[in-house]
Design a protein around this ligand. Sequence first.
Ligand SMILES: NC(=O)c1ccc[n+]([C@@H]2O[C@H](COP(=O)([O-])OP(=O)(O)OC[C@H]3O[C@@H](n4cnc5c(N)ncnc54)[C@H](OP(=O)(O)O)[C@@H]3O)[C@@H](O)[C@H]2O)c1
Length: 346
Amino acid sequence: MRGMGLRVAVYGGSGYTGGELLRLLVGHPEVGAIQVTSRQHAGSVVGEVYPQLAARERFVAPDEVEVPGLDVAFVAYPHMESAAVVRELLGAGVGLVVDLSADFRLGDVAVYEEWYGPHPAPELFGEAHYGLPDVFGGANGKRIVANPGCYPTAAILALAPVVERLPVSSVTVNALSGVSGAGAKATQKTHFVSANENVAPYGLSGGAPGHRHTPEIEEMLRRVEPGAPAVTFVPHLLPITRGELETIVVHLEDGTELPETGDVLGWYEEDYGSWAFVEARAEAPQISHVAGTNRARLSAAVDRRAGKVLLFAALDNLLKGASGAAVQNMNLALGYPESAGLEHLR
Ligand SMILES: NC(=O)c1ccc[n+]([C@@H]2O[C@H](COP(=O)([O-])OP(=O)(O)OC[C@H]3O[C@@H](n4cnc5c(N)ncnc54)[C@H](OP(=O)(O)O)[C@@H]3O)[C@@H](O)[C@H]2O)c1
């Protein structure tokens, strides 16, 4: 059992992001005792169920967590399952709750209910900080951090500096993700036999783009620039385990002079140069350059013939797109360096 340090709980520790969180927290210099929940594996030692996780903690059922005295709780549940647990933890006095689901990301409950369904804790809506620190900073005293979606993280990091500086008339995000983005429970779409040697668009409703990350991307871009346009977002499933790549086509308002590629890279440097986990390079990013790291890698190109700006972003969906970002959010909320426990993933 670890000794002194932060008392932390991970809800949903048998899932992909929960497991990744556990791996990070076990090595975090400020973290002491870790409680980790699983309904399926309650009572078993984590490292025996998941030998790839060198963790000696034992899974407990969610209602067995010793909540009094917890400093931080991470909730890595599916959306609509998370909000009630977050409410309970806040009510019990936990100082900081980092929610990895979509339950507290959006600012308008009506928009949430249109895309997800009835919100389980509407009274807490609007109480959370949207945890993309490289754009919106640390939690600044808020007790709920809504950890962003993986696709929105890549899209907002690439787009925010651009919509802030140029009048943008349309945005199309072509996104590719490894299968771990869909969580641990296999479905027909994510079953090995469906995903292997295949690439498929998904999240289409009635033939039109309709993925739930669309309103999240649009809302956050409008927090940066109220006039930011609607976003067309089309994700594709790749037959790889982890990592995401987005190619984003940006159309500027008529009469706007196209920037140079170097201008866009310069804006990235201006906005992200002081942050540890976002970097811009002249060459387009690749998934293999970021998988297993907490880095988001950005690039840009200008298509003068077609009059468009292309942006590229790559990250690891389980790290910068989820658990790495969650640890970064905890660090900032509690006043530690943003890269504490994450230095090896820069
Ligand atoms: N995967 C990604 O790349 C990614 C990226 C960013 C954000 N997210 C978000 O992070 C959250 C977790 O994602 P994940 O991919 O880790 O999911 P996951 O692999 O499906 O894991 C979720 C875990 O939560 C527990 N759980 C499931 N349903 C529950 C319920 N009704 N009540 C209590 N516990 C329940 C399950 O553990 P037991 O059955 O053992 O209790 C499960 O292992 C989701 O909201 C997801 O959208 C995921």
